[in-house]
Design a protein around this ligand. Sequence first.
Ligand SMILES: *Cc1c(COP(=O)(O)O)cnc(C)c1O
Length: 475
Amino acid sequence: MTLSRFPLEPTEQERAVVQQAVETYVQSFLTQLPSLPAFVDSPEKGAGLLESPIEENPIDIEEALALLKTEVDTPGITAASGGHLGYIPGGGLYYSGLGDYLAAVANKYAGIFFAAPGAVRMENLLLRWMASLIDFPADAAGNLTSGGSIASLIALATARDAQKITSRVIPDAVVYTTAHAHHCLDKALRIAGLGECPVRHIPMDAQYRMRPKELEKAITQDKAAGLTPWLIIASAGTTDVGAIDPLPAIGQIAKAFNLWYHVDAAYGGFFALAPSGKPKLEGIASADSVVMDPHKGLFIPYGLGAVLIKNRQQTAQTHHYLANYMQDALSATDEASPADLSPELSKHFRGLRLWLPLKLHGVGAFRGALEEKLGLAQYAYQQLQQTPGFEVPVVPELSVVIFRYVPPPPEEANTFNQKLIKAVQQDGRVFLSSTLLDGNFMLRLAILSFRTHQPTIDLALEILKEKAAALEQAG
Ligand SMILES: *Cc1c(COP(=O)(O)O)cnc(C)c1O
């Protein structure tokens, strides 16, 4: 084999050897995936990696892949598995992996239009497509981020400046949301210097949606008390139960009081593609900013969120920066540069990991998969409701089903459900996570992997029944 004179530039032959080994690994992973556990609670938790420190001399690809398999890909949640029904899964489309590969090899600099006009056009094209899904104007600002948390930070920093929330008014500048808003929004407020803003948790209805009347009341009271209401955060798909706040009514209140209206659709946003999801998101277009995560609702591997902000000028005012050493990059263009709309300068060319699967599968395939997930959630809800012992307090609005097992007295329900989730996780064939609802320990089925189909749900239900029965006997 021809060896390279420059160790960092493998020859064609050397590349082929490594490529072949990687491809073999990937194919075997995908072939085995249906029978792999969805969760592996290994005692070592990848610690074997530490026995192979970063050293002066190289190792070969086989050794590297062996480490990857045992220490990285095996322990923990198998996020690529259709059996991943915890938190908010997504799966990770194969063609996205190829998109990342192509993006990394060509290494286009997607931060600035001047450097990679095609790459920036591609990202902006994707963002305009997302804007069209939620009936946002085509000239809305948009940015592909690493995830929903950074997307939320961009939105809230823009909101802060647009509403002129400076240090002097922060202690009186009131934020309105519900107790079910995602914690990344609290985190974004804190990072954006807004940690001292009073945050009002507006009461929710029986389906865990914000009550607009209570929102209006709180704003009116705060104004009367001389405070400065400035931001409303609504959820289009809460993580806990998948609830969608009444978006049109909240939008009207935001407009009447001239507050910034942010909608967190990180989980729920892409259900706009599904025929039965679209009407549920009515009113989202009245938001000033929206976050939606392709690494959830579009099944892209982790590392892809998006923010859309109606007012491009305000977004740029918060994020645009001029530096002397960037002067070559300044040219008038109708395509905004990502660097002007986000905290990042050098960035991953994230667009390709979304563009490639969208082009190769076509949008219809995504629409169908999302519709399927909504149907599976209704199916799981009905099945659980009909199973003695299980309590399902919320009709799923999207694809999260929240439930618990109510054991006969004197067994305490919270303790029992903690044991139940542990038993399911130890079994490992499917992975479920838990949450607290009004102090009750609850289990969740979050159905959003493109690899989750009805047999997976049947298996999950089977395991739940089996474990609950075993625990009840033992108890
Ligand atoms: C996942 C999620 C987030 C956070 O997004 P990341 O991509 O994990 O950073 C925010 N809000 C909701 C509703 C989510 O489901």
